[in-house]
Each structure stands twice: as structure tokens, then as C-alpha cells.
Design a protein around this ligand. Sequence first.
Ligand SMILES: Nc1ncnc2c1ncn2[C@@H]1O[C@H](COP(=O)(O)OP(=O)(O)OP(=O)(O)O)[C@@H](O)[C@H]1O
Ligand SMILES: [Mg+2]
Length: 306
Amino acid sequence: MLSLASVTKRYGSLTALAGVSLNIERGEFFGLLGPNGAGKSTTMSLIAGLRAPDTGTLTLDGQPLNAGSAVARLSLGLVPQHIALYSELNADENLRIFGSLYGLSGSDLRARIDAALEAVQLTDRRRDAVKTFSGGMQRRLNLVAALLHRPKLLLCDEPTVGVDPQSRNAIFEYLEQLNRDGLTIIYSTHYMEEATRLCSRIGIIDHGKLHALGTLDELLTKLPFEEEIRFPATPATAALAAQLPAHGELTTTTDGLHRFRPHPATKLSSFFSLAESHALPGRLFTSQRPTLEALFLHLTGRTLRE
Ligand SMILES: Nc1ncnc2c1ncn2[C@@H]1O[C@H](COP(=O)(O)OP(=O)(O)OP(=O)(O)O)[C@@H](O)[C@H]1O
Ligand SMILES: [Mg+2]
């Protein structure tokens, strides 16, 4: 559906995107995961046609996506990272403006606005000025404003920043429903939990480069360990800890736990026989699947929150 081929974007001497290639299929819920300054918003703005790339091409259904293209404008919806609403106007008036930008009017627009407000539980606040809304309510309105014209592809640029867990969940459920109904979604975030929960495929981006691309399971197989084991760093476990560096990577977390990532050749069963030889009970140990955070660190040497 959407294709980016060797896309580069510079701002003066800064290269914000360095040769990004990516194909998005219809119906995907694609996650773009990366820390501040990775190039997520730049990617979104190039797809939305707000900026033009320096080199490389973007196509939608085989047609070039030129900045300002009317076809693209009608096919795409962008939920911008920074809330773009008229704060002095009420929710209804805001949606009427967004709808008319897309050529909607009359009873059709009316019905779409009613449905949009209902979908994000803002019907009873529709006559209130947006400046009186909570951050989460503004986020929800910002989201439906991008959907009034029923785009085929929705670009969501960190749509949950500053949103409380309850509103966040409401946004997730709404997006999941839209995706089940056929909407293709590209969702940028620096929260691995969001990418893990929502996205059928994830691209890991940092310093303008895509470092890895795949389903969660595919990405996690890129890690040189399958499971990590945590246990308290105490005098009782010191002798075990002293032996572990021969079998994998051992680090100590700030909350007083040892974290052990076995070498690929190390079997979990041999770890547990070692623990048993030190008379340490199994309940001291918790094992855990690695996360996207661990993968990000492995690929880039940085954490997602840096
Ligand atoms: N208009 C601009 N002018 C100059 N530099 C810019 C501009 N927009 C972005 N940049 C730079 O380009 C790089 C990528 O920025 P971008 O906004 O795409 O990152 P991001 O992944 O969206 O980050 P964040 O999570 O903070 O929103 C950053 O180094 C940023 O400082
Ligand atoms: Mg951004």
C-alpha cells in the first residue's frame, strides 16, 4: 500500500532520515519505535506530504506521494504529535472546520461528527471550549479530527503522550477497532509497551535509520539470548554470581537484582543445576522473556528513554 524507498531528509547539516526503506501492507498496524529525535515525526510528515524528501521516493498504491497531492490528502489522516486544535472553539466547531477542509458538509458532516464524538466519549462535552478539556480529552479529539474524512491510512504520531492510563486504554481500544474494520495504521511511539500491545509489525528507528523490522517474535529472535533470569544480589547468591560470567552476561540492576543473560550455548536447565549446587531455592529466581527495550539496547547501545 505504502512504500518508502531510500528516503533521506536533512534539516541543514542534520540528517534526520538516512536512507529509510519500508513497505506497509493494507490492514497492518505498524509501529515505529524509537527515542526522542529518532526521526519518527519526520517520517510521518514526509508520508503526510507536509515535507518533501531530499532523496528517495514515497508511493501510495503505486502512485508517487508528492507534497500537496490531493489524492494523498484524501487517503491519509495525520494525528500530529502536538495537539492541533482551536482551543477557543468548542469540540463541535473544531470538527466542523476539519470536516470542511476535506470538503464535507451538511447532514453527512453532522452525522460523522456525532459518530466521532460518540466514539471517543466526548458527546456531552461537545459545546465546551477545547481549552477547558483535559489533556486526554484533547488527545481524543485530535485523533477523531484526523478520521472524519475516512482515510485509508492513519498516521498516529505519539498520540498518547501525557494521557492518563484510562484515556490511553480508550484510545488503544478505539484504534484496535478501527484496524479490525480495515484501517491501516502507522503508529509512532517511544513506549515499547505500546508497540508490543498494538502493533502487528514494528520498525525500530534511531538516528534516522531503521535498525530492525519485523513482528515482535521476529525481532526478539535477533537477541543473542532467549530468556533473562533475575535474582537478588545478596551474600547468599554471591558464590553463584561469581561463576555466572563464564556462562553469559551478568549485570546488577539499580534495585539490587542480578540480571543474567545466558550465552546461546547455555541451557536454562544447566543454570538451575548450578543454582541447586549452591543450595539456592528456585523461588529466588524469576525468568523473563526479553523485551523490545533489551533489543533496542542491543541494536543501538542506547535505551529508548535517553
Ligand atoms: N524543523 C526542523 N528543523 C531542524 N531540525 C529538525 C526539525 N525537525 C526535526 N529536526 C531534527 O531532526 C531529528 C529528527 O526529529 P524528529 O522530530 O523526526 O524525531 P522524533 O523521532 O519524532 O522525536 P520525538 O520523539 O522527540 O518526537 C532530530 O534531531 C531533530 O532535532
Ligand atoms: Mg516526534
